[in-house]
Design a protein around this ligand. Structure first.
Ligand SMILES: C[S@@+](CC[C@H](N)C(=O)[O-])C[C@H]1O[C@@H](n2cnc3c(N)ncnc32)[C@H](O)[C@@H]1O
Length: 187
């Protein structure tokens, strides 16, 4: 007799990122790489504290060229972003509990704000976050931590869609192939 139980549909949370301690002019590549990784691995937007309009514009140019709606939003007051967030706030820190132990709670959230620091993290953040999560209890990098986190939390969901760009890569075993959409027909 056929089973009446429906296959369980996994609801994938919407993930946003808050980057603290950005030093505009000192480490633009690190924060740019963080934003590129967040975008490519499926985050919706990145709040940046302190704001950096130049970096936000560079990421907007990436979205125009390669598609999707990822955006960088300047955040003068990071506490207001955390307090005003309607969802689960996850602070990534080497001092937190292992990601594997918190996966069930994170996966059941509808929206997640992932917070990462720079050279120094305000101690208040540990108290304001719903979860302090470690991607291994060793020091490494916010870029690595975000990549692993997004891959675990979103990786088995639907593929990230990047419609609307001027260009699209046609994957090839060798060489480079890029399709450029005609003006007005960006998909
Ligand atoms: C260079 S580290 C700064 C470490 C800093 N000394 C601190 O108080 O955490 C920059 C950021 O990378 C992330 N990070 C580094 N190692 C991590 C780990 N093992 N697990 C999760 N996040 C990590 C954290 O978000 C951290 O704020």
């Amino acid at each position: 007799m056929p089973s009446r139980t429906r296959p369980r549909v996994r609801v994938v949370p919407t993930v946003e990122l808050l980057r603290l301690g950005h030093r505009a002019g000192r480490d633009p590549r690190l924060t740019t790489h963080l934003a590129l990784v967040a975008r490519a691995f499926g985050a919706r937007r990145m709040y940046l504290n302190p704001p950096d309009p130049g970096l936000a514009e560079r990421l907007a140019a990436v979205a125009r060229r390669w598609g999707g709606s990822f955006e960088v939003v300047g955040a003068g007051d990071w506490r207001a972003v955390v307090r005003g967030f309607d969802g689960t706030v996850v602070h990534l820190t080497m001092y937190g509990i292992p990601l594997e132990r918190a996966m069930r709670r994170i996966a059941s959230a509808r929206t997640v704000l992932v917070v990462v620091g720079g050279a120094k993290v305000p101690p208040q953040l540990y108290r304001m976050s719903g979860l302090n999560i470690a991607v291994g209890n060793q020091p490494h990098s916010e870029v690595g931590a975000v990549a692993v986190f997004l891959d675990r939390v979103l990786g088995r969901g639907p593929p990230v869609r990047f419609g609307g760009g001027q260009q699209r890569i046609l994957p090839r075993a060798r060489g480079k192939a890029v399709r450029t959409a005609p003006e007005g027909r960006r998909s």
